[in-house]
Design a protein. Structure first.
Length: 293
């Protein structure tokens, strides 16, 4: 089969990239394409041309999109759905003539929001019916999501990825955490932070001091920094994952670190392919939209 047979297009439209898939009605991927036309690079009148350019050789069929395309700075703002609620809202927001955007989720207290992750959550639940537990979605802003009875009950966002990038790029540790990796160093950092999370700031500077005084390798320092930040995150989110069934949705290396860190705390987690979850969620949204039209 080719893209010419597509009946709809799935789109994952984030801040930095746009990814699209030509889809059959049954949810089979017929073709795929991508570009750097993320939300952050476009003005409001640039979204339709970016989509049309990327799918110029495909049929002009309905598009189901998730991600930052529906943010306040995106093509058209798709209002948040308030938790507790199903991961996928029944109402999609139309942008242009054919792009239907999936709403994100919001939480009043403590205040929190997500866009894009709700589609991965919905996809995971469609692939794992009647699953209850906690879903972790690692990234620049990692999400911890409590799911029960096919609803998102609550969630918490932790800026671990942003902190790692800021510390390694804009603090004195940029000299000590340049490259390389050390698995044992990562686990040591996780254990140290979980044992004494209040000492995080002090332990960060000790990485620099150990490099100067004891020749701590940069690879070990970098891995231990990551472990300290992930460990502090696990300490903060312990009420979510302790004693729960856990799924980690994300790209190989980063998601694998979370699985490793959780396993070291006797909290086994299952790693889930992010693209598969995204496509399953977009497919579920398309079927729901089609049933209403």
């Amino acid at each position: 089969m080719s893209a010419a047979a597509a009946t709809w297009i799935a789109a994952d439209w984030g801040t930095t990239h746009l990814r699209v898939w030509a889809m059959s009605d049954s949810g089979t991927v017929l073709a795929a394409a991508g570009s750097a036309d993320g939300m952050g690079t476009l003005t409001r009148d640039g979204f339709a041309p970016a989509l049309d350019a990327l799918t110029a050789d495909w049929p002009a069929v309905p598009v189901i999109a998730c991600g930052m395309v529906g943010s306040r700075q995106g093509w058209t703002e798709a209002p948040y759905s308030a938790v507790p609620c199903p991961a996928l809202a029944s109402n999609l927001t139309l942008a242009g003539t054919r792009c239907h955007i999936i709403p994100g989720l919001k939480q009043a207290s403590p205040a929190d929001v997500m866009r894009g992750e709700e589609t991965q959550i919905a996809g995971f639940l469609s692939l794992n019916p009647r699953w209850d537990g906690v879903i972790c979605l690692p990234g620049t802003h990692t999400k911890w999501v409590h799911v029960s009875a096919d609803e998102v009950v609550s969630f918490q966002t932790v800026m671990t990825g942003d902190l790692f990038a800021a510390i390694t790029g804009h603090t004195v540790l940029r000299h000590s955490c340049t490259d390389g990796w050390d698995d044992a160093g990562f686990l040591q950092g996780v254990d140290d932070a979980i044992a004494r999370p209040e000492k995080l700031a002090a332990r960060l500077f000790s990485l620099r001091a150990e490099g100067l005084l004891n020749d701590l390798p940069n690879a070990t320092a970098r891995a231990r920094l990551s472990g300290l930040l992930v460990g502090a995150e696990l300490a903060a989110t312990k009420p979510y994952w302790l004693g729960q069934q856990i799924a980690v949705i994300g790209a190989g290396t980063l998601a694998g670190l979370y699985v490793t860190a959780l396993g070291a705390q006797a909290a086994p987690a299952t790693q889930v392919n992010a693209d598969r979850a995204t496509l399953a969620g977009l497919t579920a949204a398309y079927r729901s939209w089609k049933d209403q039209t």
